[in-house]
Design a binder for this molecule. Structure first.
Ligand code: ZN
Ligand code: ZN
Length: 98
């Protein structure tokens, strides 16, 4: 592939809520690198940050939105992924951080 660099997708610090694949970004389009679901403008349509569950519908919004993408605090053989779904704490940098 000889696409100019600005046409390529870059990694974000977000993971797909469906398959936990890494979310990529190009312009304003966010896409899962594994199952290819897409979101426009923000990764929250497909990543764990915007995740709500049917079970959580009766909970306060602060609790329902406590799931988020983040850097794996303890990578291991069992879970070597750099970006994982975390509960609580700070939200991941929207575009991969500094
Ligand atoms: Zn996916
Ligand atoms: Zn996210």
């Amino acid at each position: 592939m000889n696409e100019p660099i600005e046409h390529r997708y870059s990694l974000t610090d977000h993971c797909c809520r469906h398959c936990l694949g890494r979310v990529l970004v190009r312009y304003d389009t966010f896409i899962c690198s594994v199952c290819e679901v897409e979101s426009r403008g923000s990764p929250s349509g497909i990543c764990a940050c915007g995740m709500t569950s049917a079970k959580g519908d009766g909970l306060p919004a602060a609790l329902r939105s406590a799931y988020r993408c983040g850097i794996n605090p303890a990578p291991s053989v069992i879970n070597p992924a750099r970006i994982v779904v975390l509960y609580g704490g700070q939200v991941a940098q929207p575009l991969g951080g500094p």
